[in-house]
Design a protein around this ligand. Structure first.
Ligand code: COA
Length: 167
């Protein structure tokens, strides 16, 4: 019997992508045959990096992951997440959970998405110990104030942050 390949979508604003996101990407790869990383415009969050920059950041960081057999695709997230997931034939959505504080927002979002499209499940991965406190907003704040973010983001992201905040 032939199994149909499992497809997952990992959505986020990724402003910027952190080691926490990379941890989720690597682990999500163990759950599916194809992972679509969907980068949201999320203009209401007023991102520091443009959508094009965030897509390029995700591309360059994912390229550094080794030993993955999963097919990874990186796309802009257009429209509703559930419509995007449906259009790409996804079986489930992956989200990372850090602390109890994430739970309420994620619970609400997963609930709304389940009402909109019951066929698409949301699977939560608990952030690894070393990534529990990482937050994109705090990383931007620390960089702007001259702090060291090397333990939270890749070297490439740190360099992009430095260039962006020195403008
Ligand atoms: N490790 C470390 N940090 C993590 C993490 C992990 N495993 N998982 C999330 N984060 C952090 C990020 O750094 C970020 O921090 P910040 O709040 O300080 O910026 C925060 O968690 C969330 O960012 P991100 O993971 O990029 O996702 P998001 O919450 O911005 O993404 C979408 C939200 C894209 C999923 C949502 O807006 C969406 O679905 N949009 C499409 C439109 C839609 O369908 N809307 C209806 C939804 S019901």
């Amino acid at each position: 019997m032939q199994c149909t390949p499992k497809i997952a979508v990992y959505p986020g604003t990724f402003d910027p992508l952190t080691l926490g996101h990379l941890d989720i990407i690597e682990r999500a790869c163990g759950l599916c045959d194809r992972l679509i990383i969907a980068v949201a415009p999320n203009r209401n969050k007023a991102p520091l990096f443009s959508l094009e920059e965030r897509l390029s950041i995700v591309h360059e960081n994912v390229a550094t992951l080794s030993g993955l057999t999963t097919d990874i695709e990186i796309l802009p997230l257009e429209g509703l997440l559930v419509d995007f997931a449906h259009k790409h034939g996804a079986d489930f959505v992956v989200r990372g959970l850090r602390a109890v504080s994430d739970f309420e927002y994620e619970f609400q979002m997963a609930g709304m998405n389940a009402r909109l499209t019951p066929a698409i499940e949301t699977v939560f991965l608990i952030a690894s110990d070393r990534c529990q406190f990482i937050s994109s907003s705090l990383i931007k704040e620390i960089t702007e104030l001259g702090g060291d973010v090397s333990q939270f983001v890749s070297l490439a992201v740190r360099e992009r942050l430095r260039r962006k905040t020195s403008k």
